[in-house]
Design a protein around this ligand. Structure first.
Ligand SMILES: CC(C)(COP(=O)(O)OP(=O)(O)OC[C@H]1O[C@@H](n2cnc3c(N)ncnc32)[C@H](O)[C@@H]1OP(=O)(O)O)[C@@H](O)C(=O)NCCC(=O)NCCS
Length: 229
């Protein structure tokens, strides 16, 4: 039976996921946006509602959710909320993405067109792999990670839970990126990145320690308390 998909977030990432769906997802009869920061309305020809309304309307037996937030800490908070309410997260591989049949991909993973996930890569739950990003063979991507567009994560790299790999970042093979670390856009990472540290530049250098209690980037955050548990 066809199911309902709730895209949790109607900001930039949510709108992009929405546009990639028609090709990829015949399994959903209806798609709605979930957004706790705006009043209920119609948005991009789809119903948009709070998570509380979503739960009232659709039981976990008939609906799945995909998290559409670029900020790992916010992803993690929403993921916990969705799991606590009993929903399954949908894994969606866009048409035009290549995901090796020998890769292991968890629950709630969205892979954008042009992205590649190679042989023996492991992608844990609640991960976003953006357009034309490369997750190479034997890589391990932790939970709630965002691998942004055109970044390259080569063989045997390990990316810890809640880390963020910015647009166009290049990592050396076999490096380890600590949990909750931020690799800035365009960084060239030659050495291991410690937990909760932001690195930038070529070669990438540590520039800031991340306060993991204040991790939500302002630019991804819609201005209310939604998403924070
Ligand atoms: C790492 C990042 C979060 C830092 O943002 P920020 O804290 O707002 O930093 P600021 O813009 O205040 O810049 C601080 C300094 O770092 C420099 N800087 C910022 N990002 C940089 C980068 N990626 N590479 C090199 N230098 C950078 C700035 O030029 C500035 O230098 P200055 O003090 O000499 O002027 C941001 O640069 C980044 O990479 N964001 C992710 C972008 C992305 O992938 N978005 C995907 C969404 S679609």
């Amino acid at each position: 039976m066809k199911r309902v998909l709730g895209i949790y977030g109607s900001g930039g990432l949510g709108r992009c996921i929405n546009e990639r769906l028609p090709d990829a997802e015949p399994r959903f009869a209806e798609v709605v946006f979930i957004d706790d920061t705006v009043p209920e309305d119609i948005f991009r020809n789809r119903r948009r509602m709070s998570f509380a309304s979503f739960c009232e309307r659709y039981a976990p037996t008939e609906a799945d959710v995909i998290i559409a937030q670029g900020e790992p800490a916010l992803r993690e908070a929403l993921y916990s909320r969705v799991k606590k309410a009993g929903y399954v997260l949908a894994t969606i591989l866009s048409k035009g993405a290549f995901v090796s049949p020998y890769a292991k991909v968890g629950e709630g993973v969205f892979v954008f067109p042009g992205a590649v996930v190679e042989d023996n890569a492991v992608v844990e739950d609640d991960v976003c792999i953006a357009d034309h990003a490369v997750v190479a063979h034997d890589v391990h991507i932790g939970k709630h990670v965002c691998v942004e567009a055109q970044s390259v994560v080569p063989g045997h790299v390990v990316v810890g839970d809640g880390a963020f790999i910015g647009i166009g970042a290049l990592l050396r093979d076999r490096v380890r990126v600590g949990a909750h670390a931020v690799v800035a856009m365009g960084a060239v990472v030659m050495r291991d990145v410690p937990e909760a540290v932001e690195v930038m530049g070529n070669p990438a250098r540590a520039c800031r320690r991340i306060d993991t209690s204040q991790r939500v980037f302002a630019e991804y955050y819609h201005g209310t308390e939604s998403g924070k548990e």
